[in-house]
Design a protein around this ligand. Structure first.
Ligand SMILES: NC(=O)c1ccc[n+]([C@@H]2O[C@H](COP(=O)([O-])OP(=O)(O)OC[C@H]3O[C@@H](n4cnc5c(N)ncnc54)[C@H](O)[C@@H]3O)[C@@H](O)[C@H]2O)c1
Length: 301
């Protein structure tokens, strides 16, 4: 892969752009946003130090394209990061399969829409999901999710592509809305919102519970290995037959937040009260610095 097209340069597309360029790919970026040049320049400046390089080095390989046609004309790989809207993705992929070079791989960052939903009636053999976690130049996971038409060869090429970028691709065997990562995230978010709605904790206190417990644990062991160790020398079997039984009883009592317009407004105000006095760039800078430290610590151990 030498030439990449990035379609949609918002939060996710800008981060992919920096990652691709840092691995030597030539990147052609397109987005109708009027401030595209400034957004790309600012992102490359911010992300270059995370990637151990300079903004000048990244900039030398990143080009702005007038439109989709121009961005994909020499592409070996396309990463789509436009709006999370099935009609948008249908129209775009119908155009892409006609316009990209014959063997180009077509990847969508979609968070929840499976590719089968937007490839009906077109040739979808080279189309699949490559769903990252924000920001993709730092968080290693990419969920690789083939659609009904996707070829085995396209899946293998997508896995090789993301692995070559230092990512951790995981292929998923069924198309579930939200895939795996966002289903897990939403299961936790649902309970988090419920607990705040019930007045058990504030948003800031809820965040403190996570960053001082599950967040630290989950950077080192996933939920299954965590439970295997939680069972002591008896392992997962002991955990399942012992504490697991009472945990299962708790499932029935997990909450569903009301999220009425009033409750939603109350929650937004509470989050803004907790974090609204800091700017987006300050909060993102602190998050990225800490995430890099965690990544390095995990890699070294
Ligand atoms: N934000 C996240 O945490 C996250 C994480 C993983 C995946 N995703 C997925 O990535 C995709 C992009 O999400 P985002 O958060 O970067 O959104 P975003 O709103 O920040 O960016 C979307 C960009 O698409 C652009 N766009 C609109 N029409 C376009 C067109 N015709 N051609 C090219 N670009 C166009 C917009 O101008 C905007 O800059 C979505 O499918 C989303 O589900 C988001």
């Amino acid at each position: 892969m030498k030439n990449a097209a990035v379609i949609g340069a918002g939060t996710i597309g800008l981060s992919w752009t920096a990652l691709f360029a840092s691995h030597g790919l030539t990147v052609r970026v397109t987005d109708p946003r009027p401030d595209l040049a400034e957004a790309v320049e600012s992102a490359l400046k911010t992300f270059a130090p995370h990637l151990g390089t300079t903004a000048e080095d990244l900039t030398s390989r990143v080009h702005l394209a007038q439109d989709v046609t121009e961005s994909v004309k020499e592409a070996d790989v396309v990463q789509e990061n436009g709006p999370e809207n099935v009609e948008f993705k249908k129209d775009l992929f119908a155009k892409l399969v006609e316009e990209v070079p014959e063997d180009a791989l077509l990847l969508s960052s979609s968070s929840a829409i499976p590719s089968t939903a937007f490839t009906e009636g077109i040739d979808g053999r080279r189309v699949l999901i490559g769903h990252p976690f924000n920001p993709p130049h730092l968080i290693p996971l990419v969920e690789v999710v083939p659609g009904e038409q996707t070829s085995e060869e396209a899946v293998t090429r997508a896995v090789e592509f993301y692995a070559a970028l230092g990512r951790t691709p995981v292929v998923e065997r069924k198309e579930m809305p939200g895939f795996v990562g966002n289903r897990l995230q939403n299961a936790l978010s649902r309970e988090a919102i419920y607990l705040v709605e019930q007045g058990v904790v504030t948003p800031e206190e809820l965040d403190k519970v996570i960053t001082n417990s599950l967040g630290i644990r989950w950077a080192t062991v996933g939920p299954f290995l965590g439970s295997h160790l939680g069972g002591g020398p008896g392992g997962y079997r002991h955990m399942a037959e012992h504490i697991g039984k009472s945990m299962k009883k708790m499932w029935a009592g997990l909450g569903t937040p009301s999220q009425s317009p009033e409750e939603q407004e109350r929650l937004i105000e509470a989050v803004e009260q907790a974090y609204g006095s800091s700017t987006y760039s300050d909060l993102a800078e602190t998050r990225d610095r800490k995430q890099l430290a965690v990544l390095h610590a995990v890699e070294e151990n």
